[in-house]
Each structure stands twice: as C-alpha cells, then as structure tokens.
Write a protein that binds this ligand. Sequence first.
Ligand code: C2O
Length: 550
Amino acid sequence: GITRHYTFDIKLKNVTRLCQTKSILTVNGKFPGPRIVAREGDTVLVKVANHVKNNVTLHWHGVRQLRSGWADGPAYITQCPIQTGQTYVYNFTITGQRGTLFWHAHISWLRATLYGPIVILPKRGVPYPFPSPNEEVPIIFGEWWKADTETIINQALQNGGAPNISDAFTINGLPGPLYNCSAKDTFKLKVKPGKTYLLRLINAALNDELFFSIANHTLTVVSADAVYVKPFKTDTVLITPGQTTSVLLKAKPHFPNATFLMSARPYATGPGAVDNSTTAAILEYHQPSSISNPKRNIKLALLKPTLPKLNDTSFAASFSKKLRSLANAKFPANVPKKVDRRLFFTVGLGLNPCPQNQTCQGPNNTKRAASINNVSFVQPNTALLQAHFSGQSKGVYTTDFPANPLVKFNYTGTPPSDIFVNSGTKVVVLPFNTSVELVMQDTSIIGAESHPLHLHGFNFFVLGQGFGNYNSSTDPSKFNLVDPVERNTVGVPSGGWVAIRFLADNPGVWFMHCHLEVHTSWGLKMAWIVMDGKGRRQKLPPPPSDLPKC
Ligand code: C2O
C-alpha cells in the first residue's frame, strides 16, 4: 500500500440550516467534513490541528487499528484530547477491510457536526464481488439542532433530562424539502437511465436509528461495516448510528426527466423523545439528449417512498437476519470455532440519585443513567490506554467489570423497584487471542429499546438474535456459525438479545458503547483491555511522541 496524507484543521464556520445561522465546528470549513479515500493496505496519516476552544479527538469508526490503538481516538480511552493550538497525527494502516466507514469526533457531542465518510477501495486491480458501479456516492445521515451542541449535552447530563430532540435529520448535511425553508438545502443525485450506482450509506446521526428508502426503486445490499455481504434486495434499509451499508441502485432503463425522493426517518421503540420527521434528497433522472423523447419528457410529480412505521421492530429483526457474510473461498467468514470466554451483558437504562440541593428531571427527581451489567461507566481524567501501557492503572480504572449482571431479574418483564445503577471505571481484561462470546440483553428498565452497540478495535460475528430473555441452554443451538454477518455495530433488539463472537487479536484498550450519544453520555459504555501477545507482531508499540497529554 501507499501512504496518504490528510490535513484536518478544526475550525469554526457559520452554517445556515432551517433558516437559522450558527457557528459550528468543522474540518477545513466543510460540513459534512472531507472524505478520506484509501485502498485496502494503505497507510493513512491525518494531521489534526485544533484551532478552536474545545478539546477535540477524532475517531476512525470501524477501522480495526491493528496494533495502532494510539490512533483510535475516543477521548480518555485511547488518548487525551487535542487541546487548543495543538496538533496530533493519527497514523493507521487499513488491513483486511474494504467498503465504507466514517470518521467522527469522539468527545462530548462534538460529532454532531464533525463527521465525514471513509471510502476504502479494494487493492488496485481487485474487482468488487458485485457488478461494478458506474458511479459511487456517499450518503451520510446526520442530525441538526438549531441550538448549539453544548446546550444540548448539558440538558442531557446536568439535570438528567432527556436531551432536546434534533430539529432535523440531514442527508449529506442537508435537511431536504420536507422541512420548513429547506427546499434549497436538498441533496440531489443525478442518475442516467440504466446505470448502476453504489450508494455508501452512513448513519452519523447522534440518537436515531433510521429507515432509508427510495421511491419506486429496489436496493441491493452488498456490504455492511466495510465487509461484503451476500447481496440481497430490499425496498428499505435499516441503519443504526455507527453502521454503514453499501447498496447498489440500478437506474431504470427508460425514464423521462423524473424525480423521486429518497428519504430517511427514525426507527425507535424507546421512551425517549424522538424526532419523527423525515429527511429527503432527490433522485433525478437525466435522459441523454440522443434518446430523449419530447413526448415522454414530462416532469412527474415528486414520488415519495413508503417507510416502515416508527416502532416496526419486526421489520428491524427480519432485515438484520438477511445480512450474511459471503463466506466463500475468497472472503471466508473466520468465525472463532472455540470459545475461551463467555460473557453476558445487560444493556439498558437506569437511574442515578439526584445530587443534594439539585433538581433533576428524571422520574421522582432522579437523574437518568444507562449501564452495562448495572455499571454506569465513569469517564476517567486520563487516558486508559496510557495508564495501561505505563502500568499505572491505580486510581484510573479497576479490572472488576462484572461478567454477569449485578441485578438479575426477568429482563423483558417488570423491572425491579430499585433501578439505580452502580458507577465505576471498570474494564474486562483479556489475554491476547482470547475468543469471546458475548450475549447482550436489552432490559425493560424505563422501557424496552434497541441499542446499537459499537465495539472499537474489532469486527465481530453476529451469531444470533431473539426476543425475550436469552436462554443459554436452548438458544446457542440456533447460532449461525456458517455465514454470520461480520461488523462493528449491532442493534441489540428492543426487548431481546443478540449474540456475537470476536477474537481478541488486537492488543490495546478498546471502547464499547451504545452509539446513541445520549446513552453513551449516561454511561452505557465499558472498555476491554487486550494484553500483548508474545510475538513482536502481537504487541502494542509505544505511543507516538506527539500524543496529547491530559
Ligand atoms: Cu463511532 Cu466509539 O464510536
């Protein structure tokens, strides 16, 4: 591979959406941010220079970061933030991945405006395992607030209330014609009849899983989280925050100058407030003039797609089950056959007592919280990876993250009366090359809800999912060990469970969290420490000299 150099200047820029202008954090003054393009095997160097008041870190979501954990980016997990006036060079090599990923800020809620696509092309001369597209187009979903990002996060954290819901969803940064005063802020994709387009869908929204569909067109899913899948056709794609899905769109052979809407709106089952509005972009046909037929050249009415209803969990479940690895000779599914470590995590909401002399917005004057196995993760003041590498874990983290829930109950039934969470900076330590099987169970505390869980540093295989409580004696027999989808973010089904398996072959400290930003803020997160192996290529190298200090 070659080395590709990027310079990312973090700076403010005035941006107008929904008829209001605000100053937002951007990379190089662009919103959404610039696209990173690399081939499998390339090394990417991104020099990030912070010209704003906020502390910043960037994360290359889904990039495996094999032995390059210092470049992963979650604040206080793998690095201290890049402070005003500082620079840091993220240096990583893309190994064994091709498809679509994205980058985003990984501190506070700054990813609201700091995000952009990562396009990983196959090695030179290597074709796609599907018909070669005529054109490739990133479609990145986001969320827009009229208020500034700080105001939103304070609402969620200080008083323990649900945060303000966003004012619009966006496609490539634009709300689209269904929002007030946004007709001119509409992304337009011009297609030619008969041609094939690879749409690289990315959900960079903060708090909403999304359904996406294009009126009168069928999509063929070919890749998820930068791993090829067995192609399948669908009218609608479900995509959670943190997931990427590449789809082929075949433009119809003969069309007059017609316009279709492609639109996205939430899938949500939880009790939280949800913006159920619809973002839309325009798909416009361009008839080459040689075959244009004036009689057929009529502008059709804007055609809108039909999307599943807000809480359509059965669509979500059946869509997820269609995703399968190619599992062929060229692209085998290397599912770990043996399991060294079995873990069971409950994921869900909970409550914290309201601090004295404060008024909180949660039920009965409590603060909303979220936890894994009843532990709400407390962000340390220094980076876990630095503490681990230098052998100075004391006072930073403890290694007693529970392997099972601290409070056992019927997870999909009535919750216990005491739903307060424990707090701590607890990690699970794994020897190098441990094969982990992890079942994640949604709890009904405060409400059954789908949680998109994202694991840094690894891809995992999704072996199975189901509704109700996971049954460890009957459910494993139904696991798919043949062609399970391999990815980095999976929705734990609302009122159900999902089972994943991964090989801990990447030494370092790896964050795992719900990719709904509000749940991450409330503590639905934890970290894994993967120890060094014996060989030289099984060890984490020392930190780069420009790694920021806390
Ligand atoms: Cu896309 Cu830890 O994040």
